[in-house]
Design a protein around this ligand. Structure first.
Ligand SMILES: Nc1ncnc2c1ncn2[C@@H]1O[C@H](COP(=O)(O)OP(=O)(O)O)[C@@H](O)[C@H]1O
Ligand SMILES: [Mg+2]
Length: 257
């Protein structure tokens, strides 16, 4: 089982959107996908399925060791593979508050499923806290979606330091796939300046693609579908192409290793 985490300590950057599309694409490819939603808001869970039993497989259980089997999701699209989930809810806040719950516990719990799934996608909450640490300790790959705006970019240095720290101390095999610009508005000169600054400050870290800001992307998430499975015009088709090619690029690297 290959484990991917989409990490950035700010909300609204596209973590849940990217996790959702990675899970859908992997399932379309025939993979058995395990989705782990570590955000108490449950966005990843809701993006994947219109309806699911919230009590069946809470992600909180993964930190206590006494977890139930992952919940197989009923998807809005037909796939060769499948998606099962540990869903996010408010109980997860206890992970941050209780010193007895260790970040290493997630890795241990997930190791028990190594034979049941081909890929695990983890969506952490938007903070540099224990749940992000747990995800970074458990993952094989990390990808960082970000919106090219001043306030998002200011925290990227801290994020990369955090990733480096966990890599050195707990998870030497963690592979940093890079930064994925999301909600891009190519007409903005300020944005282009920010992208040039990042390319200079973090050479080689920018992935060779981006996803533009388009309403079809948020619309697809609201319908629990990938953007390539919603009907629309030219703008939807471009959004579908960009999102699919970003996910295909990531999954190609993940399954090559
Ligand atoms: N490329 C995009 N174009 C338009 N809306 C987007 C795009 N990426 C994400 N969104 C929307 O922005 C909001 C925040 O995205 P989300 O993935 O939930 O962020 P995060 O998980 O980082 O907090 C959601 O409503 C999502 O559907
Ligand atoms: Mg989210």
């Amino acid at each position: 089982m290959k484990t991917i985490v989409c990490a950035i300590q700010k909300g609204g950057q596209g973590k849940s959107m990217l996790c959702t599309h990675l899970a859908f694409l992997a399932a379309e490819m025939g993979k058995r996908v395990l989705a782990v939603d570590l955000d108490s808001q449950g966005t990843f869970s809701r993006n994947l399925a219109v309806q699911y039993d919230r009590q069946a497989a809470p992600a909180f259980g993964l930190f206590k060791g006494a977890h139930r089997p992952a919940l197989p999701l009923t998807l809005t699209i037909k796939t060769k593979g499948s998606i099962a989930a540990y869903t996010g809810d408010r109980e997860l806040v206890a992970v941050d508050e209780s010193p007895a719950l260790q970040p290493q516990a997630l890795r241990t719990s997930l190791a028990a499923f190594a034979g049941d799934f081909d890929v695990c996608v983890i969506d952490p909450p938007p903070t540099l806290g224990k749940r992000l640490a747990a995800a970074l300790i458990a993952a094989d790959f990390v990808v960082m979606p970000f919106v090219p705006a001043r306030e998002s970019v200011d925290g990227l240095g801290d994020l990369m330091e955090t990733i480096e720290l966990h890599k050195q101390e707990h998870n030497p095999n963690l592979q940093v796939l890079g930064l994925l610009p999301n909600k891009v508005n190519s007409r903005s000169a300020a944005e282009r300046r920010i992208m040039a600054e990042i390319a200079k400050a973090a050479p080689g870290m920018l992935l060779p693609m981006h996803i533009r800001e388009r309403t079809s992307v948020s619309g697809a998430m609201a319908e629990s579908r990938p953007v390539w499975a919603v009907h629309g015009g030219q703008s939807q088709r471009l959004a579908a192409e960009e999102t699919r090619s970003a996910c295909a690029h990531i999954l190609k690297t993940v399954f090559k290793k």
